[in-house]
Structure formats: C-alpha cells, structure tokens
Design a protein. Structure first.
Length: 575
C-alpha cells in the first residue's frame, strides 16, 4: 500500500471514529430530549390541568358559579385531549360525568357535597397516575443518560488512544526514512558511493530506497569507468573550440558558464578561469558585452575590440538531452568583412542613384520642352516615342528614389521630421499626388476620415510617401472604373489606423508573409504592374521607425487591404 493510501486509511479511520462518537452523542441526546419532552409536554400538563380544576372547585365552598364552571370546563377539555397513560381515559371520562352531574345539581347542596368528594378523588387519581409516570420516565431518562455517558466516554477514550498513537508513531514513520536518506546523500556528496538504503516497506519509501541503491551503484560504476578516456575527449574538444575563430560560450541549464574559448575571453575582457563556473547573469551585472549577449535579442552586434570596431552575428543554440534542455551555446561570428562589403554596396547604390537623378531629371525636362508646340510639332510616331521615353524616365526616377530611400535605411541615416498634424492633411496630400493616376484609370477613391480624429505625431514626408505608395499600388491593381477605399479610424486608445482597400485580384496567402521583403515580387503578376520590389519594404521601414505597425490582409479574388498605424498626440512612445 502506498503512503498516500495509508494516510487516507488512517485519517479515514479517525474520521469514522469521530463520526461514530458524534452519532452516539446525538442519538442519546435526542433520546434524553424526547424523554424530557414527554415528561413536560404530557404528564406535567395533565397534573397542571388537574390542579387548576381542583383549585376552581375549592374556590367556593358553596355552589359553583359561572366563572368556576368555565375554568373547570376549559381545563377538562384540555385534559381530554392530553390522554397519555393507561387508565387515564377512564378516570377522565368519570371526571367528565361527575362534573356534568355537579353542574346539573349545583343548587342541591346535599348532592354537590358528594359530587365534590368524587371529583376530588378522581383528580387525585389522575394526578397520582401522571406523577407515577413522571417518575418512571425520569428513571428511564436517567438510565439513558448513564448509558450515553458510558458509551461516549468509551468511544472518546478509544478515539483518543488511536489519535495519540497516530501522533506518536506517524512523525517517525515519515521522518526516520528521510533522516536516513539525508545522511546517505551527504555521504554520496563526499564521493562515498558505497551507500545502501534498507527500506523494507512496499510503498514510496521502498521504491525510493531501490532507486537510491541503483543510483549509488551506477555512480560507483561511473566513477571507476575509463575516466582517462573521458578526460582525453574533453581536452580534445576544448582544443577544437579554442582553435576556432568564432567566439563560443557554453552555459549549463542554470546559466553557469561551462567554457569560453580564447576569442570569447578576449572579447569579454576576462580570463577563462575567471569565467568558468561563474553565474552568467551575475557576471553580466559587471560586463556590458555579456549583458547584451544574455538580454539583448539583436542578432547583430557592434563590438569594439583590438582597437577597432567589429561586427558580429549572434547565434544561440540549445543543448538538449532528449526533449530536456540541459544548456546552451552562444556563438559570435565575425562578420566585419561582410558588413564592410554590404556598406560599400549600399554606398555604391546610393551614389549611383544620386548621380542618376540629375540626368534623368534633365531627360524629363527635355521631354517637356519637346512636347511644347512652341519648340515645334512632332508627328504621331514621334509623340508615341516621347511618351515611351517619359514613362521609362518616370520609372527610372522612381527606382532611383527607392534606392536612395533604401540606402538611408540601411546606413542608419534615415531622417524623420516629426510633426503634429491631423490625419486629414496626410490624406488630402496623398490624394492630390495620385489624382493623375486615378484619372488615367478612372478609379474612384472613397475616403472616410472623421474630422473628430485626434492629431498624429509623424514624419510627415515619409508617412505621406507611404500612403501614396499604398494608394498607387491599389489603383494599379484595381480594375478600370473600379473603386478603392481609404479609411482612417481609431485603432486603439493610442493609435490611428490608415487602411487602403482595393477590390482587385488579391494576393495568395502563401505570399503574404514575404510581401514586405526587399526585392520580393508576387509571382504571376503582370509585367506592367510590378515594380522594383522595394516600395513596400521601404514603407515598412518608414512606419516602424515611427513606432508604428504595417500589415496586409488579402484573399484571392477579394482584393487586398494594406494598413499602417501611427501614434496619436499624447500617446506614450515605447521606443
């Protein structure tokens, strides 16, 4: 039987004894109460009725008056309703007969004297009968009380002995095995593995003893295994880790540092012996780099080491034993060379884009001049060529603008001029910018922007650029003579949402997660509707730089809904 079941059985037995003791007490108290009730409610009342009748008869030595008759009649009726003892009914009936005769002959003194004597005798007999009953019931109640005292005392004593035995023996039953186990564990901690527990019980303590004995045998076997081989493998692994150019730090499940190679020690600025065995969170209080590694979720870090700034990527690997995590490894890879190449690429793109804007602008200016009839008329073929050149120049200007914006984001030189404005101003400016596009395709933009909305805190140029980009895309993917919904509303207590909903072909669900990636284009889209794949990525960077959020909802055949949120004036910035 398990300890749990033993405890249940013991407490259940004590509980059962307590219930029996209480039941006996309640039973005998009920009997005593019933006996006392019978004495008071039945016999005592009869005596009281007889007494009242006797006093009424004796109140006037002569004939009975009307008041005496009423008193006698009332008490006699009550007595007739309270017949409880054997023979009491006959006496009561005789009393009724005598009383009726007494009322009938109350004016005849010779007859009433005899009747008075008979009534007195009957009253005495009734009183004597009930007094005898009271005495018998008292004796019975006393017997019941004695029996109850003996039984309850016996049950209480037995319960006390059981409870006392339980209190004396149970702590030892639990504490003795635990004390013995504690002593054996102390010996094991001193590397004395020849420890055994002799628990003979068939409960959890017995299972615990068997498990402990198995553990000590396994520990003893492990202690006497090929320790030299294990140490050799450990040394070889440490050599491999130290020869790597990446910084590697190993942690156990309690975040204590198990190992750190030379590169990691140099970056942290501490020796290996000062790191190993120490709690990483405690060391992080004194070391900024270690604190960033443990707390910061950034995957790229800029670290000043060897008198220069270097860039590292951080990987955190979990060490598992089956499904249980028993530690972790932090790996810092030096990506300074790749970072420099990336910066060079970004600078090159930004420079080329900047340099291209001037000649493209000149080309567009020249096209404007060529279209002016004051310069000279062009034939239809030449006019078509000019339109093609103008469209290509527009696309090139858009691409160079997006590349410049992307360069600002990547180099961290994104400039936001925050201002306080009503959402309607942003909407009106964007609508003017896309008016030509909507007119060309005969697309209607339905605007819903309540004047009661609060002002927003935003980079006006960048936010307007984002809204123009979303509206342009919506018009591009809308059908001719179609509609686009532009809705501005409160999103949360501290945010305003701008949403652009077109009713075009929509986007497949599998592409939604990548729609804001750079250079991503939805497969299958028409060539005249695809851009560089940078617009939405830049829009995402612009909005997130303002502590906003941007997203998309779409279903094939139902159109797409692009939205972004901005903080309203007075909202707390969590950046």
């Amino acid at each position: 039987m398990t300890i749990k079941n033993k405890l249940r059985a013991g407490f259940s037995f004590l509980f059962l004894l307590a219930i029996i003791c209480c039941g006996l007490s309640i039973y005998y108290l009920s009997r005593l109460s019933a006996d006392a009730k019978n004495i008071l409610k039945e016999n005592y009342k009869t005596v009281q009725y007889a007494k009242n009748i006797g006093e009424a008869i004796d109140a006037n030595a002569g004939t009975l008056n009307k008041r005496q008759i009423q008193v006698i009649e009332g008490n006699l009726v009550k007595q007739e309703r309270n017949i409880t003892e054997r023979g009491e009914k006959q006496l009561t009936d005789s009393l009724r007969t005598k009383f009726e005769a007494l009322k009938k002959h109350r004016d005849n003194s010779s007859v009433t004297a005899a009747l008075h004597s008979d009534v007195k005798r009957l009253l005495y007999s009734i009183m004597q009968l009930n007094m005898t009953a009271i005495e018998h019931k008292y004796v019975r109640a006393e017997s019941t009380a004695n029996d109850a005292t003996i039984l309850v005392a016996f049950a209480g004593s037995f319960l006390f002995l059981i409870a006392f035995s339980f209190v004396v023996n149970f702590p030892g039953y639990i504490a003795n095995p635990i004390r013995e186990l504690t002593e054996r564990i102390k010996e094991v901690s001193n590397r004395n593995y020849h420890q055994q527990l002799n628990f003979k019980s068939n409960d959890e303590f017995g299972e615990l003893g068997q498990a402990f004995n198995t553990m000590t045998r396994k520990l003893d076997e492990y202690e006497h295994s090929n320790l030299a081989s294990i140490l050799f493998e450990k040394s070889r692994i440490e050599t491999i880790i130290n020869s790597m150019h990446d910084a590697i730090i190993g942690l156990d499940e309690k975040s204590f540092i198990i190992f750190a190679n030379e590169v990691a020690c140099n970056l942290i600025g501490m020796k290996a012996e000062d790191l190993t065995g120490r709690s990483a969170p405690d060391l992080a209080l004194e070391n900024d780099l270690l604190r960033n590694l443990l707390v910061n979720d950034q995957l790229r870090l800029k670290i000043f080491a060897d008198n220069r700034e270097s860039y590292y990527s951080k990987d955190v690997l979990s060490v598992k034993n089956g499904d249980k995590v028993i530690g972790g490894v932090i790996i810092l890879k030096n990506i300074t060379e790749f970072q420099q190449l990336d910066e060079a690429k970004t600078n090159f793109i930004a420079t080329i884009s900047h340099e291209l804007k001037t000649p493209i602008s000149s080309i567009k200016m020249s096209l404007k001049l060529l279209e002016d009839e004051r310069i000279g008329r062009v034939n239809p073929e030449q006019h078509q060529l000019l339109e093609n050149i103008d469209e290509d120049a527009r696309r090139l200007l858009q691409i160079t603008g997006e590349l410049l914006d992307m360069g600002q984001v990547e180099t961290g030189k994104l400039q936001l001029n925050f201002g306080n404005t009503h959402p309607k101003n942003i909407v009106d400016y964007a609508l003017k910018a896309v008016k030509t596009t909507t007119d060309q395709k005969s697309v209607t933009i339905n605007v819903k922007c309540d004047e009661s909305l609060p002002n927003v805190q935003a980079g006006l140029d960048k936010t307007t650029w984002v809204l123009i980009n979303l509206l342009t895309n919506a018009v591009k993917y809308s059908r001719k003579n179609g509609t686009v919904d532009l809705i501005v509303k409160k999103h949360k207590a501290d945010e305003i949402e701008f949403a652009v909903h077109d009713h075009g072909q929509g986007i497949d669900q599998k592409y939604l997660s990548r729609i804001f990636e750079r250079y991503f284009k939805v497969p299958g889209a028409a060539a005249d509707k695809t851009g560089t794949g940078l617009g939405l990525a830049i829009a995402k960077d612009f909005i997130e730089a303002q502590s906003g959020k941007i997203g998309v909802e779409s279903e094939v055949g139902e159109g797409s809904r692009f939205y972004f949120t901005l903080k309203r004036i007075g909202a707390v910035d969590d950046r």
